[in-house]
Design a protein around this ligand. Structure first.
Ligand SMILES: Nc1nc2c(ncn2[C@@H]2O[C@H](COP(=O)(O)OP(=O)(O)OP(=O)(O)O)[C@@H](O)[C@H]2O)c(=O)[nH]1
Ligand SMILES: [Mg+2]
Length: 474
């Protein structure tokens, strides 16, 4: 018995995924609204002739690739619509792989709409979200992981998110996956040999060797998968919950960190009822701070609901700031204990209202080995040190600098989880001596799941998941 062909890395364009007669698409690629200039992108076999039909200036049909031309867009009645610059990219040396013209016009909504109308009249159709990038993928200009990275790059709001998206767009993740697939194919070929001679009941492949190879691959798949927690936090903002007893200054701290009076502050304990959250960047990393209701045994049903939400926020946070403050009449300071904090969450202990501390008490706290951070939202003491601890705890400061691959995309993480489960089954099959063809089936599944990340395995569903994230015009 032969192994089913194990999915091979794609080298040829996936032209069968495009409609048989490929249309020419157009869209506004700049944000909706009025701007200095707007860019309208036209791509497909008729792109150049469609723009040429309304172009006054040097004929674009004669233009060489990667050249920009100044001219006028002429309306059907012969009057000029706008002065414009048309940049011509010829197939196959364009983003989509097809002839493409990018028209820069003045950013009036009227001009943009009129130009689109004229292009549609000339035979183009409106592009769907992500259709330009989809065509680039189909032309073999990038794989799916790189297409995902383009969407991430467009959405990047911080230096860290930008760095991870750039790393992925340049193909670092794709190369690592290609390596993993290569190792898997080595494994598969060993099994394949055995399946060829299955009638003779011989074992060519040493089980320990197979198991070691598979374990190595699984370790790497698991490492990539576990990096998603940080990768996702960087993309959406590292969640930081501020918790503590009522009145210790949690909302004051939130406001200080955000530089905005976001939450209500008062000296009445139990002021914050619901969680309040917002994001801000510190050192190029986006943090999502969550102010919570003060923890105490409350009788008020609404306050109790708020406190339940505080516990939820705790569980979802990557970093917890456990805040305490000196009691009003004595110097005792106590942190909340018995909180249900997940193991991989970093807890930063901080004492607020240090402006109220006696010198003696301050000295005593600082002499402690596990001395908490001393801060005052009133005087600003310790807030820079707190920001530094937050950056360190985020794990994002130098992430990716040493070439470590960080997974940022939920689709990739799901595929890695499925691949890890199939690898686990494969290892189990080796251990229990299941027939080679069953073990080979698990291996095929691993290759399938890893293949969906880069698009070596593609289905219309996968494509629509990836490209529906894009805006029209990209
Ligand atoms: N002296 C001093 N007072 C502070 C400081 N930070 C906050 N406060 C005061 O402490 C009181 C409580 O502050 P909040 O920020 O509302 O406290 P909270 O922890 O959010 O309280 P709850 O929402 O009730 O749980 C307010 O009167 C603040 O002005 C500080 O650093 N020094
Ligand atoms: Mg509060």
């Amino acid at each position: 018995m032969q192994l089913q062909p194990l999915v091979t890395h794609r080298t040829a364009p996936l032209t069968h995924l495009n409609p048989p007669t490929m249309s020419t698409i157009c869209a506004i690629s700049t944000p909706h609204g009025i701007g200095g200039i707007a860019v309208i992108r036209v791509s497909g076999p008729q792109a150049i002739s469609a723009v040429d039909s309304m172009w006054k200036g040097k004929s674009l049909a004669q233009a060489t690739t990667h050249t920009a031309h100044l001219g006028q867009i002429i309306r059907p009645d012969g009057t000029p619509l706008d002065q414009a610059v048309a940049t011509v990219y010829r197939t196959p040396r364009s983003f989509t792989g097809d002839d493409t013209v990018e028209i820069s016009v003045h950013g009036s909504l009227y001009i943009q709409q009129e130009l689109l109308r004229q292009l549609i009249h000339a035979g183009c159709r409106m592009a769907e979200p992500g259709e330009f990038t989809r065509r680039a993928f189909i032309a073999g200009h990038m794989d799916l992981a790189q297409a995902d990275a383009i969407a991430d790059l467009i959405a990047a709001r911080s230096r860290a998110a930008h760095r991870l998206a750039m790393q992925q767009m340049r193909g670092a993740f794709s190369r690592r996956l290609a390596q993993l697939r290569q190792n898997l194919l080595t494994l598969a070929s060993l099994l394949e040999l055995e399946l060829d001679f299955s009638e003779e009941d011989v074992e060519f492949a040493d089980r320990t060797h197979l198991s070691n190879l598979a374990t190595e691959i699984k370790t790497e798949v698991d490492r990539l998968n576990s990096s998603f927690a940080v990768g996702n936090a960087i993309r959406t903002g590292v969640p930081v919950a501020i918790v503590g007893a009522p009145n210790v200054g949690k909302s004051s701290l939130l406001n200080r960190l955000l530089g905005d009076d976001r939450a209500i502050v008062s000296d009445i304990p139990g002021t914050t009822r619901d969680t309040v959250e917002d994001t801000t960047d510190i050192d190029g990393i986006t943090f999502r701070f969550i102010d919570t209701a003060g923890l105490r045994s409350a009788t008020d049903p609404i306050e109790r609901l708020g406190i339940a939400r505080s516990h939820d926020a705790l569980r979802k946070a990557r970093i917890v700031i456990s805040l305490a403050a000196p009691a009003a009449k004595c110097d005792t300071i106590s942190f909340e204990t018995g909180l249900d904090i997940p193991d991989d969450t970093t807890v930063i202990y901080a004492v607020n209202k240090t402006d109220l501390l006696t010198a003696l008490r301050r000295e005593k706290i600082q002499s402690d080995d596990s001395a908490p951070l001393l801060i005052s939202t009133r005087t600003g003491e310790g807030l820079d040190a707190l920001r530094k601890q937050l950056v360190d705890a985020s794990g994002a400061g130098s992430l990716g600098d040493d070439g470590t691959i960080v997974v940022t995309n939920a689709r990739h993480a799901a595929a890695l989880t499925a691949a890890a489960a199939a690898l686990e089954r494969f290892l189990g099959a080796l251990r229990t001596g299941l027939p080679t063809d069953l073990a080979a089936q698990d291996l095929r599944e691993v290759l399938h799941h890893l293949g969906t990340i880069t698009g070596a395995v593609t289905t219309p569903d996968i494509l629509s998941t990836v490209f529906s994230r894009f805006c029209i015009g990209k």
